[in-house]
Design a protein around this ligand. Structure first.
Ligand code: NAG
Ligand code: NAG
Length: 210
């Protein structure tokens, strides 16, 4: 009887430990993206390439309205980090470039400036403002979900890397949410206290209608 129960305990331990050890869940990008990430690619299909991302060798294209580029290495671009609770992005800001006020609903973020400088900050839920100028080598953290921004006030291109506490941090840019869709101008004016001319101007710049 004792032998049987030891045997059963051992069997249970072995099966439990086998079941709980799953080193990785490389994203199967052919399947749907769910709130808990992608389903796993069969382990036999996983290669070293799944754990490597080479898209940061060159900076993003900053010839655009914000004079800046965000190049994400989230789970959709970098399948190996599916399920691992982190991700990374490269930020390129030409002189005068700006990453407009935005939030990542799903992640906190740490940013490291590797070239140039940035003026950056965030606004807390209590509407307190935390702004600093970061030089090359400096790091700042933005707590999850809070509005934040980056501006390159210097004379040369600034480069930074941002690391996130989720493989899919999400990105909501306030101006795009307000002025780059078909939310009726009347509702925007009512809910933001902006005047009609300003709302129409921003809609035309950012491609909004209505
Ligand atoms: C895994 O590899 C097999 C054989 O190459 C292929 O048929 C199958 O579609 C692959 N599955 C996924 C999810 O990549
Ligand atoms: C950068 O984007 C602009 C505007 O879309 C485009 O005209 C230009 O060719 C792009 N440059 C490169 C190097 O891809």
């Amino acid at each position: 009887m004792i032998k049987l129960s030891i045997f059963l305990t051992l069997t249970l331990l072995i099966s439990t430990s086998t079941a709980s050890v799953q080193d990785f869940c490389v994203a199967d990008l052919t399947g749907p993206q769910t709130p808990s990430g992608y389903t796993c690619k069969p382990p036999a299909n996983v290669t070293a390439e799944d754990f490597v991302f080479t898209g940061f060798r060159k900076g993003g294209n900053t010839t655009n309205i914000i004079n800046a580029a965000v190049s994400p290495a989230f789970d959709a671009q970098f399948p190996g980090l599916n399920g691992l609770g982190l991700s990374i992005a490269r930020l390129d800001l030409a002189p005068g470039g700006v990453i407009p006020m935005h939030t990542h609903p799903g992640a906190s973020e740490v940013i490291l400036v590797v070239q140039g400088s940035l003026v950056t900050g965030f606004v807390s839920s209590a509407n307190a403002v935390y702004v600093k100028k970061l030089l090359k080598g400096d790091i700042m953290v933005y707590p999850q979900g809070l509005l934040h921004f980056q501006i390159n006030g210097g004379g040369k291109t600034s480069v930074a890397f941002a690391s996130f506490s989720s493989p899919n941090p999400g990105l909501q840019i306030t101006d795009f949410a307000l002025f780059a869709n078909n939310l009726p101008s009347m509702l925007i004016e009512k809910t933001t206290f902006l005047d009609d001319a300003q709302v129409k101007k921003l809609k035309s710049v950012l491609g909004g209608t209505g």
